[in-house]
Write a protein that binds this ligand. Structure first.
Ligand code: UDP
Ligand code: MG
Length: 328
């Protein structure tokens, strides 16, 4: 099997499952029951990598009490809430498996699909994308705005993001090493995970509603994420602004010649207050927008040059499996 000749041959762990957690104490019980049931059917040695993304509930305490009957688990506590993108980066840096799966803690991504993903990886695919066929438990507005986002992102971006594929996917060790080597601070994961390329395949699944609790994303955060996605992976918006400026500049030149001719030849002097106001306001709007756009990019350059770490690990806890124990 070709994957075993990979650079991390020394690693005993075949599969790492990365699970970011932000106030997910309520989900943990059901999550562990379902994961343990799946892992018990798999011959591969698996590790779970939990990242506590600065939870304010007792997620960290519960994680340390976890006892698994199959495989092992690592828990990483970040020093504060850095956001899901940073939590996933921390998990990818810590995972040791030859294959890595990113899984949400709220069971929206069914763990029962893991054996199928692993089988596909064994066929030789480096990346197994999981496309959501149905997004159960989400409002039509969320589905509609997600659709708009993917379309906009793919028009604007130079490295396309597969539509309706979330962070739930399998990556081979090779791909994970390349992602870990990417130095950028701005971790727009959907883009970063897709950027390395490699042989990919897609499996479709129905996305379940959240098991318990509420989504940690509000629309403000989602709009910020969309802006990050577009500005981190493309400078097409800037180019668009340039082309818009060129088009408006040329049209105003032609219009200017027409106005001068009208005044000199036909003697029509002051007129057209309304059209002047409209043109002026329109141009002022476009100028502000273009400046804002430059600011968005400049802000990102500012964040990058500071070279601050993407996340800070406060504590790491590692637990080997204890055979014949029941998951608490
Ligand atoms: N999450 C995180 N940090 C955050 C927000 C979310 O680690 O700041 C985790 C969360 O615990 C969950 C996953 O990211 O495991 C997906 O979050 P959520 O279900 O809230 O997002 P949605 O499914 O609505 O996109
Ligand atoms: Mg969710």
């Amino acid at each position: 099997m070709r994957h075993q000749s990979s650079a991390s041959q020394q690693s005993e762990v075949c599969l790492s499952i990365i699970i970011p957690m932000f106030n997910e104490a309520q989900s943990l019980d059901v999550l562990m029951q379902r994961l343990d049931r799946v892992l018990s059917t798999m011959p591969e040695h698996c590790e779970l990598v939990f990242i506590d993304d600065g939870s304010t509930d007792n997620t960290w305490a519960l994680l340390q009490q976890l006892r698994m009957s199959h495989g092992e688990h690592q828990c990483i506590k970040l020093s504060r809430n850095f956001g899901k993108e940073a939590a996933l980066s921390a998990g990818l840096a810590q995972a040791r498996g030859l294959a890595v799966i990113l899984l949400d803690a709220d069971l929206q991504d069914p763990p029962e699909l893991i054996p199928q993903m692993l089988a596909t990886w064994r066929e030789g695919y480096e990346v197994v994308n999981m496309r959501r066929k149905k997004r159960l438990g989400e409002t039509w507005f969320k589905r509609f705005s997600a659709g708009c986002f993917y379309r906009l992102m793919n028009v604007m971006s130079d490295s396309p993001v597969p539509e309706n594929v979330g962070d739930f996917r399998l990556l081979s060790r090779q791909v994970v090493d390349h992602i870990n080597a990417m130095p950028e601070r701005n971790r727009f994961m959907k883009g970063i995970l897709s950027w390395p390329g490699f042989t990919q395949t897609t499996i479709e699944f129905d996305r379940d509603p959240r098991s318990v609790g509420e989504t940690k994303w509000n629309y403000g955060k989602l709009i910020g994420l969309a802006m990050d996605g577009i500005t981190s992976f493309s400078f097409k918006p800037l180019r668009l602004a340039t082309w818009f400026g060129v088009t408006i500049g040329l049209s105003s030149l032609i219009y200017g010649v027409w106005v001068v001719l009208k005044t000199l030849v036909f003697g029509e002097a002051v007129a057209g207050y309304a059209s002047m106001m409209v043109v002026q306001l329109f141009l002022a709007g476009i100028q502000l927008l273009a400046i804002g756009l430059i600011g968005e990019y400049l802000g990102r350059v500012f964040m990058e040059v500071k070279q601050r770490p993407v996340f800070i690990v406060e504590e790491v806890y590692h637990q080997q499996s204890i055979p014949n124990t029941v998951v608490s």
